[in-house]
Design a protein around this ligand. Sequence first.
Ligand code: ADP
Ligand code: ASP
Ligand code: MG
Length: 421
Amino acid sequence: MKFGGTSMAGSERIRRVAGIVRRQQAAGHQVAVVVSAMAGETDRLVNFCREANPLYDPAEYDVVVASGEQVTAGLLALTLQAMGCRARSWLGWQIPIHTQEAHAKARISSIDAEAMIAAMDAGEVAVIPGFQGLSEQGRITTLGRGGSDTSAVGVAAALKADRCDIYTDVDGVYTTDPRIVARARKLKYVTYEEMLELASVGAKVLQTRSVSLAMKEGVRVQVLSSFIDEESPLADTLPGTMIVSDDDMAKIVEEHEMESQLVTGIAHDKNEARIVLTRVPDRPGAVSGIFAPLADASINVDMIIQNVGRDKGETDVTFTVPQADLARAQALLEDKRETIGFNRVITDSKVAKISVVGVGMRSHAGVASTMFKALAERGINIQAISTSEIKISVLIDEDETELAVRVLHTAYGLDADVPAE
Ligand code: ADP
Ligand code: ASP
Ligand code: MG
């Protein structure tokens, strides 16, 4: 069981979480619980690091930001004990959850769950702070923002758990962020691949890495609400959204005679920025000259277009980078102006990437043209396009994000009859 930041924000909510844990235990389960820091706490800790030293050492950053989860893990163990339930906390270094060295974005390498399993066998609830691990050097690491989801999936895999229930502040995965589109529909099932694409293009309901780990380890993941009471159906009745394999999805569609959807979900991401280099020489090696230095600096380039049509063998190159890396990317490019041979760098961080995702795209044509037509009808200009096998993304003006998501949601027939509460 994993509980996110909103679910753990304050004593009253932690009591509700403890109640849910106790109910699962009473239903005959052994449970391990992974918790996030209280909502807003990690942001607050990140700010302290920035104030202390703008060029902070990631290893010390991890020492600071990992602390939020230690507090909630201890508090949940105490609350469970107060309810007469045996429980203890297991910090990342105590289990231990081994990770690689990359501070602030470490990957889990292995989890030695033996001692914890023995304690669980003896009837104790294990409470684990999410987000944190132990490096090969014996130092505290963290798994990147939203990383408690990945902790939960990792622990579930190590325990060979029947299921990994991710409790959050919505009751499942929706066709799009239900906080933006009131007519978003809850999905009963979504495939790992679709969830992976949705998460990676901005649906922050699960950390991307948690989905790839679940897919790799075959962990059964359910997303469900923690804002429930004693009368609510047990998690075992699968009230939330189940993440399933392609094969299972095919069986489910057949059994329930469901119509398979072309598009499963829509996500948006406002964290990208656009860069245009004008009048780049149109010759072999020019593009490599632009992107090699960015790659060397670990700056992820996402969408790329090379515009044609300029005379004199010149072209404009447009691409996107994470907003957080924009200043660095711009400085790097300015440095290489002579070698690359461009005229100007134009940047814009007021852009948003809107993506539609669905495995149905593999076998159906016309998904992209529906998207372009729907956006054009509302006068929304497309600045860049990128596609994968099951995803189409467009870059637009940030101010048009909500409108675009709504318009596309309707265009692909995803609207629910009744708006979500
Ligand atoms: P937690 O603190 O529990 O980890 P998060 O804030 O990380 O919760 O993720 C839950 C949030 O994800 C929801 O409140 C919702 O606004 C957002 N979200 C974005 N896209 C979706 C989607 N497709 N389905 C459900 N929730 C989504
Ligand atoms: N507390 C961490 C964060 O806010 C990890 C998590 O909640 O998943 O990023
Ligand atoms: Mg989260």
